[in-house]
Design a protein around this ligand. Structure first.
Ligand code: NAD
Length: 287
């Protein structure tokens, strides 16, 4: 049987470590790290994600500063708010919950965030730092993927890794992180030919396509590690919805280890957001 990598347990460990770091900062006389969250409009899924992030901040002792703006808020108003937060020394991280309403240019908004406070790691400066291996803040889901992989892999040198999906928020950054560890990385996408054959050569598969149960048992060589980033909400015949990953996990008994969906990568993403906020606060303190 493949080992099931418990993302919930690992996320709890990361959160406990983050809370410990916050206590150390405060007991040394520093300000508690602060995370500003901007939510424009009332997208139900975004409301849920923001609610979870804020609840976890509270648990870890991170101050969360919420800015809930109406859907019709003009772009200039959002940009002015970001300027204000950039200048506020008590705000160490700024998160703009995506998606933004259509009339707002998300790239312009994200580019306005001070890269030192860009805890989502989406600013071009942080993307550049990641691709040149020169520090910066790393996007939360790829960071979570690496921590999950680190729990079962000691040495990545020469491993064949196949990443399925090339998005800016998962596929590309995770590929950069794996290259930094000296893995041989193949990045694949919707136009890739013979994907099952390519996947079958992999020691590690990171599936981030958003295609339910794309990765079948015959795609995976015995002993491979499989990280399932995909989250797709599907309706059951009884009308209930459930979350499905990118891998047919029930066909992966021959793998070395797999992450479940839910309970794998998902919980790691918020944990890494909080650890990025504390990292940003520590860097601001010595800057
Ligand atoms: P995206 O839509 O931006 O990118 C998907 C990528 O997968 C594209 O590069 C596309 O070419 C590729 N792809 C799509 N279908 C494919 C197929 N059949 N074969 C091969 N490649 C295919 O998506 P994203 O934002 O990177 O997210 C990917 C998945 O990860 C989604 O299910 C998303 O919900 C999930 N996700 C989860 C977390 C988390 O915290 N667990 C965070 C971010 C994204």
């Amino acid at each position: 049987m493949a080992e099931i990598i418990d993302g919930k347990a690992l996320a709890a460990k990361v959160l406990a470590g983050t809370a410990e770091e916050v206590r150390a900062i405060v007991s040394a006389g520093g300000d508690a790290p602060g995370l500003a969250v901007i939510l424009v409009g009332k997208d139900p899924a975004s409301e849920v994600y923001v609610g979870r992030k804020i609840a976890q901040c509270r648990k870890a002792g991170i101050r969360s500063i919420e800015h809930r703006l109406p859907a019709e808020t003009e772009q200039e108003v959002v940009l002015a708010l970001i300027d204000e937060l950039n200048a506020d020394p008590l705000v160490h991280g700024i998160l703009v919950q995506l998606p933004l309403p259509r009339h707002i240019d998300a790239a312009r908004v994200l580019d306005r965030i001070d890269p030192a406070k860009d805890v989502d790691g989406f600013h071009p400066v942080n993307v550049g730092r990641l691709s040149t291996g020169t520090g910066g803040l790393v996007p939360c889901t790829p960071l979570g993927v690496m921590l999950l992989l680190d729990s079962v892999i000691d040495d990545y040198r020469g491993l064949n890794v196949v990443v399925i999906g090339k998005s800016n928020i998962v596929g590309k950054p995770v590929s950069m992180l794996l290259l930094e560890r000296e893995a041989t990385v193949t990045v694949t996408h919707i136009e890739t030919r013979d994907l099952p054959d390519i996947a079958r050569k992999a020691d590690v598969i990171v599936a981030a396509a958003g295609a339910p149960q794309l990765v079948r048992g015959y795609w995976v060589k015995p002993g491979a590690v499989v990280i399932d980033v995909g989250i797709t909400r599907v309706a059951d015949h009884d009308g209930n919805t459930r979350i499905v990953g990118d891998c047919a996990t029930h066909e992966l008994d021959h793998a070395k280890a797999v992450t479940p969906v839910p309970g794998g990568v998902g919980p790691m993403t918020i944990a890494c957001l909080l650890s990025n906020t504390v990292l940003a606060a520590k860097r601001a303190a010595v800057a």
